[in-house]
Design a binder for this molecule. Structure first.
Ligand SMILES: CC(C)(COP(=O)(O)OP(=O)(O)OC[C@H]1O[C@@H](n2cnc3c(N)ncnc32)[C@H](O)[C@@H]1OP(=O)(O)O)[C@@H](O)C(=O)NCCC(=O)NCCS
Length: 157
């Protein structure tokens, strides 16, 4: 599949593409801060993390950029493809960190991001995608074709 795509939405065209170095200065941390604590990283640290992501074919970090305002990020989401031994060496896509800028919600950008990562996961041979979310986002993910199953457990360090 194409990893850079231009898609029309109700509020204008959006470019879906991999995260790049310039995104550090174009609001990636403002976006992520709408999801959880996400203090900006120094350029050196950011670039090292980006290089590690780019070197890993099983880690994809997607952004949605406003086509009319180059560099303006409207959303982001990521996926990690996990190789398993079960299911004859099956793979699972773990979708993470889905967030759309508050100014751009309701334009289907969230659904575009999730659907892109579902297609990416299928393309990489996954038999399913999974994610954790708040109860309040269940309806959104159902609109993306996912269903509610099981529970999440966590232990923070
Ligand atoms: C959840 C979030 C990503 C949705 O993004 P969005 O771009 O506004 O969503 P979309 O416009 O793509 O909505 C897709 C569909 O889900 C529905 N939807 C979106 N949010 C919804 C909600 N909170 N409750 C019910 N339905 C919702 C939309 O009405 C739309 O329905 P349709 O297919 O019938 O048109 C966005 O609200 C957000 O970033 N929230 C804060 C961060 C967050 O909670 N992220 C999820 C972490 S698990």
């Amino acid at each position: 599949m194409e990893l850079t795509q231009t898609v029309n939405t109700a509020g204008g065209s959006v470019i879906l593409r991999p995260l790049c170095a310039d995104d550090r200065n174009h609001g990636i941390f403002d976006l992520l801060a709408q999801l959880t604590q996400a203090p900006p990283l120094d350029a050196e640290v950011f670039d090292a993390i980006l290089a590690a992501i780019d070197a890993n074919p099983n880690h994809f970090f997607l952004v949605a950029e406003d086509k009319e305002r180059p560099g303006k990020l409207l959303g982001t989401a990521a996926v990690l493809v996990e190789q398993k031994l079960l299911r004859a060496g099956g793979r699972v896509g773990h979708i993470e960190d889905v967030v759309v800028d508050a100014s751009a919600r309701g334009r289907s950008i969230g659904k575009l991001l999730v659907n892109f990562l579902i297609e990416f996961s299928k393309d990489r041979g996954c038999y399913k995608v999974i994610l954790d979310c708040d109860e309040q986002n269940v309806a959104f993910y159902k609109r993306c074709g996912l269903e509610k199953k099981e529970v999440q457990m966590v232990r923070y360090f």
